[in-house]
Design a protein around this ligand. Structure first.
Ligand SMILES: O=C(O)c1ccc(O)c(O)c1
Ligand SMILES: [Mg+2]
Length: 626
């Protein structure tokens, strides 16, 4: 179906918004009257600019406080409408949104309102335009799409129809399935928005906290399916009032918006295959079987420091890439690649961030299918030259510029380690690390929605509620995404002096700040790591007194936790043990965890104490890097 986005959803001037919307692949825009008035272009110029970008003006909005007024307000409202219809002719759009009235003089009365709209329909017909009526969920008398539909039904005029907005229906707690009894041809336009589940005043919630479908907690997919069930085949348009988006990069926000609309339609057709959506076929979301490798980009100068950390963490260099300066380090099921190649993407990533995680290799059921889904959802393909006989591994740009590679167990990708690497060195012994528990990606807070949308649309993934992590110098928000056996935590820093905020500054943008490895025996691993000279993070004594009291731990266990600097947490499912490395100079670190039973979390209650300990080991805030 054709996609559109309201100009209010993005930051910038009107020309900047148009460029971003067109670049993201939308077909049309809703013009917010304010954006038009604030611009210095004539209506005809705006219309031409829009069409020059290959876009249509799908809707002009909003027109407020029209229906149910006594005289003289009523006549004035009709006069105002005539002026706006004229403006619409000049802009070159034939649909306007009238939102339900908040006028203090409005009287209500369903037949009075219907009569107003019937008369308005005649006026609209003279200008060749159509009027859609939308129930604001805080409207005075009309605050439910079922009542708005009754007004439209009784108005009984071909130029008067209904506009549905998922926020007003779902935010107003109206059952979206009630849409299924409205005739599709009487629905003139459909606006889509999601929002986080927070209990607040509806108007304030709507004007500041809306987000893209899939980024919030409303059941927008159910709304979408109800709309499609009516036979509606018109525009799908995003109308997102969001404080972050108003100051964000318009191209990224627009791209996320288009991704969310593609994902929403795909979701609808998979949940209810009888529904018709006009969207090319592409594969269903799949879970990740395993994080197969993590590649670090570094330089000849910085590699020795990284290699020393890997050695102290129990890893062994076991192979070399056949054509590039890439070393494979192994322990358990973990593969870490250290890339010092002077050419290629690794070099670019190193130049941009310093030593950094540049690629993540994911084992999925079907690498080509995952790649095809990702690119259908607007992920950017990533290809690089390969040597003769090497594998072509499908790749996309992940969040914050890193690359995600898709691997599977089919020929020939399953042979990656035999084809692309030559074995060398001793067999790995290790410290008991068996796999990767999770990856933590640090980013500015306002990139978090975008990052979680990326994962949840492309993969079969679920996100956990956001948690607050208290850093001594500010708040960090953390959200976990799980897809199969891949766990990623997204950490959004609001303040620059937090450990996460400093990492973003030092590494010049978002990237993986820590990798958590799994062990089946934390104390055996801690002991082995101590023997290897692992730079363990020392946790203060106060922490152990508290954790013992909180969970009623016996003295033996508490002593062992203290001795090995292991942190402890419990949930209803089981127990969790964590130990950390001291952070590197730019804030990167390793974590080693043991999950016991069915513990589901990430040790969030320990994060403030871990962060405080890490800050004690690193340079003071504000000091330049050595
Ligand atoms: O917040 C508002 O006033 C407003 C205006 C127009 C809309 O389409 C809407 O959903 C909300
Ligand atoms: Mg709306």
């Amino acid at each position: 179906m054709k996609t559109s986005i309201a100009t209010v959803s993005l930051s910038g001037t009107l020309p900047e918004k148009l460029a971003a919307i067109a670049a993201a692949g939308f077909d049309g825009i809703e013009i917010f009257e304010q954006d038009f008035i604030a611009s210095d272009f004539s209506p005809a110029e705006v219309g031409r600019m829009v069409r020059d970008h290959g876009l249509e003006i799908t809707l002009f909005q909003p027109f407020r406080d029209f229906e149910g007024l006594p005289e003289p307000h009523r006549a004035r409202a009709f006069g105002r409408a005539a002026r706006k219809f004229e403006l619409m002719n000049q802009l070159g759009t034939d649909l306007v949104l009238f939102c339900s009235s908040l006028h203090p003089a409005a009287m209500g009365g369903i037949d009075r309102m219907a009569a107003d709209f019937n008369e308005l329909g005649d006026l609209a017909a003279q200008y060749g335009v159509r009027v859609g009526f939308e129930a604001l969920c805080w409207g005075r008398f009309i605050n439910d799409h079922r009542d708005a539909w009754e007004v439209v039904r009784r108005a009984d005029h071909p130029n008067i129809g209904l506009i549905l907005d998922s926020f007003h229906t779902l935010g107003g707690k109206v059952d979206p399935d009630s849409i299924r009894s409205i005739p599709g041809d009487r629905i003139f336009f459909v606006q889509l928005a999601d929002a986080p589940a927070v209990d607040m005043d509806l108007l304030y919630w709507s004007r500041h906290f809306r987000n893209m479908p899939g980024e919030g907690d409303l059941d927008v997919p159910r709304f979408m399916r109800a709309v499609l069930a009516t036979g509606y085949d018109g525009w799908l348009s995003l109308e997102i009032f969001n404080d972050q988006f108003r100051s964000g990069l318009p191209r990224l926000v627009a791209l996320d918006g288009h991704r969310s609309l593609i994902g929403l339609q795909d979701h609808a057709r998979r949940a209810e295959p009888a529904l018709s959506v006009d969207l090319p076929e592409f594969p269903a979301p799949a879970p990740v079987d395993q994080v197969e490798f993590i590649e670090f980009a570094t330089s000849e100068d910085e590699a020795p420091g990284l290699n020393a950390l890997l050695t102290a963490t129990g890893f062994t260099a076991t192979g070399k890439h056949v054509s590039k300066s890439v070393t494979r380090w192994r322990q358990g099921d973990v593969n870490l690649l250290v890339n010092t190649d002077a050419r290629g993407f690794g070099r670019t990533a190193y130049m941009a961030h310093g030593t950094t995680v540049s690629e993540i290799g994911l084992n999925v059921p079907d690498a080509k299918a995952s790649f095809d889904r990702a690119t259908a959802l607007l992920a950017q393909p990533h290809g690089e030259g390969i040597g003769a006989g090497e594998l072509q591994i499908p790749g996309i740009r992940g969040i914050s510029g890193s690359v995600i590679r898709f691997l599977d167990e089919k020929p020939d990708l399953a042979r990656i380690w035999d084809v692309d690497f030559q074995p060398e060195g001793p067999a790995p012994v290790g410290a008991g690390i068996t796999g990767i528990d999770h990856l933590a990606q640090t980013m500015p807070y306002d990139e978090m929605l975008s990052a979680s949308l990326f994962y949840t649309e492309i993969f079969d993934a679920r996100k956990s509620p956001m948690v607050d992590v208290i850093d001594p110098d500010g708040l960090v928000r953390s959200q976990a995404i799980e897809s199969g056996r891949m766990r990623v935590t997204l950490n959004g820093a609001e303040a620059r002096r937090t450990l996460a905020g400093r990492f973003i500054e030092d590494s010049l943008g978002s990237s993986v700040q820590h990798i958590a490895f799994a062990t089946a025996d934390i104390f055996a691993t801690a002991k082995a790591l101590a023997d290897l000279g692992f730079p363990v993070l020392r946790i203060g004594a106060n922490y152990y007194d508290d954790v013992a009291a909180r969970f009623g731990l016996d003295a033996g266990l508490t002593d062992r936790l203290r001795q090995f600097n292991v942190m402890y947490d419990e949930d209803a499912g089981g127990q969790f043990f964590q130990l950390y490395s001291v952070p590197s100079e730019d804030g990167f670190f390793f974590e080693i965890v043991q999950r016991q039973g069915n513990y589901r979390g990430y040790g969030a209650p320990n994060a403030p104490f871990r962060i405080a300990a890490q800050k004690r080991t690193s340079r003071p805030a504000g000091m330049p890097r050595a």
